[in-house]
Write a protein that binds this ligand. Structure first.
Ligand code: SIN
Length: 328
């Protein structure tokens, strides 16, 4: 009997070793819509590199940039169907799943990325990472891109100069209200379609960060930019609750550590990436970048800020107050 037991135990151990040695790695598909030379593109590649160093043979990461696998219209649904395991949409693109993240689209809410970090690192900011858990979406981290700039076929020195122009926006009702506040005509459009829409005149203008403006070549088809810093473009790195819970605990713990490390790195490099992109745009000589005076910027702020009142009940007035306090 003892011999039989010992043989069975040996057999079980050998089987486990064999299974582990030949087990297929867990595949994480990470899909995004920007190019690889942007803060999010670099973050995705850094994540792949660290996972493959530290979880070699156990987890494989496949990165799909530039809407190659999924674009704005379908990436969140693909995540919920487990066709992709990690995505990092702009915070403006979650409005079908939660109201609270609309906070980040309020115009002139944050002065700069330090103010954004102040809120995101607060208990309220962290709470928002869980705002879509009932919809099956798990927030893993916030990744910065930067502050948005406006562009158009005319120099947008005053809010009045935007009246009647068609501006591309992400799928956000706050951004829609922001442009309606200056009597412009906002058009919701997927990121991958913006360049062509600008080139063909389907839209007149747009708002985005310098790194996206440079990497998508928007500066080649927009004669005037204003350095308005009027709004924020940040991301939430998300996975599905279903996929995350299916992972072995030790792998989840290691992935969590890697995500923390990559988040620090992305958030450190984002400002420089945008400054570098701005310099490249200036050096191209293909467009003009206008700096607003304090008075001109004050006029834009006064024209757009009423949007806060339109959305503060949906978002939660306490969140708006706390976020605004980070810029005081
Ligand atoms: C992105 O940075 O992921 C795209 C933002 C946009 O749609 O403008």
């Amino acid at each position: 009997m003892l011999k039989f037991l010992a043989r069975s135990l040996l057999l079980a151990a050998a089987l486990t070793m064999f299974t582990n040695a030949y087990a297929e790695p867990i595949v994480i598909k990470f899909s995004h819509v920007v190019t690889e030379n942007t803060p999010k593109g670099k973050g995705a590649n850094m994540f792949k590199q660290l996972v493959e160093e530290r979880l070699a043979g156990k987890v494989e990461v496949q990165v799909f940039p530039s809407s190659q696998l999924f674009g704005d219209a379908d990436e969140i649904i693909a995540l919920l169907k487990n066709d992709v395991q990690i995505i990092a949409p702009a915070l403006s693109k979650f409005s079908k799943f939660t109201d609270v993240l609309q906070l980040y689209d309020l115009p002139f809410l944050f002065n700069d990325l330090d103010a954004v970090a102040c809120f995101q690192e607060s208990s309220s900011g962290k709470e928002m990472l869980d705002s879509m858990s009932k919809k099956g979406i798990k927030g893993l981290a916030y990744w910065h891109n930067g502050m948005k700039q406006l562009s158009a076929p005319v120099p947008l020195r005053t809010p009045e100069s935007a009246a009647g122009l068609k501006f591309r926006i992400m799928s956000s009702d706050v951004l829609q209200a922001q442009f309606q506040a200056v009597k412009a005509n906002p058009q919701k459009l997927a990121f991958s379609e913006v360049y062509l829409a600008l080139q063909t005149g389907q839209i007149d203008g747009q708002e985005n960060t310098w790194s996206n403006i440079y990497s998508q070549k928007f500066f080649e088809v927009q004669p005037y930019f204003v350095e308005s810093n009027h709004g924020l473009l940040d991301y939430m790195l998300v996975t599905s609750q279903r996929f995350w819970k299916s992972l072995p605990a030790d792998i989840r713990t290691e992935l969590d550590k890697i995500i923390t490390e990559v988040t620090v790195a992305v958030n450190d490099l984002a400002s420089k990436e945008n400054e570098d992109a701005k310099k490249l745009i200036i050096d191209s000589g293909k467009t003009e970048i206008i700096k607003l005076t304090a008075e001109e910027k004050g006029k834009w702020r006064a024209a757009m800020k009423p949007v806060w009142d339109q959305f503060k009940d949906e978002i939660g007035a306490n969140y708006v107050e706390k976020a605004a306090a980070c810029s005081n």
